[in-house]
Design a protein around this ligand. Sequence first.
Ligand SMILES: N[C@@H](CCC(=O)N[C@@H](CS)C(=O)NCC(=O)O)C(=O)O
Length: 211
Amino acid sequence: MNNVQPILYSFRRCPYAMRARMGMGMINAGIVYEHREIILRDKPTHMLKVSPKGTVPVLSLPNGRVIDESLDIMLWALEQNDQHRWLDGARIDMFNLIERNDTIFKTLLDRYKYPNRYPDEDCTNARDDTAQILFDLDQRIKVNGALSGEQTTIADIAIFPFIRQFAHVDRDWFYAQPYPHLHKWLAKHLESALFTTAMEKHKIWAEDTPA
Ligand SMILES: N[C@@H](CCC(=O)N[C@@H](CS)C(=O)NCC(=O)O)C(=O)O
């Protein structure tokens, strides 16, 4: 039986889930959805049934559609309500930036943050190898105000949780780096109502929890 309202399976600290939750935060035009907080080592049966690949976020819609890629969840939410015009930008540039983040930057971030997970790799330079990307982001913000143009777009929201995670590995180091525009941009997004709402704590959802 299909659910009566959208269900979002999420994990609070996951940067992919954060971007999806911020996307869902844009839909305040009467669409109510149920947030189901999970723990990664004990995924709910229903979540795995609708999305066997077992990653969060997962959005299960009342019409039976399942969206289990964070960027697609953002796009779905913006189809419902793009009130801040996050898609009004140079599409190719926005999506290229996100792609670089989700591939090259994420690879370096994981090796910097969790070197023990990669015993066969030399992770020593992972942090420093992000310099080119961080410099590019800083310059983009310096010149235009946001990552892809003057206004916040889907690129800023999709990338911000990963820069946040990177910065928090060693804040003293990060804030000593010559990226003043990126530092300000990060602070602005960290303080935004959209992000603070998306980071509200939820109890772990149990299969027998009423909606
Ligand atoms: N490409 C996916 C990646 C999602 C992803 O990898 N999420 C991680 C948590 S941050 C996950 O669920 N990993 C599965 C696990 O650790 O069991 C997306 O954009 O939604």
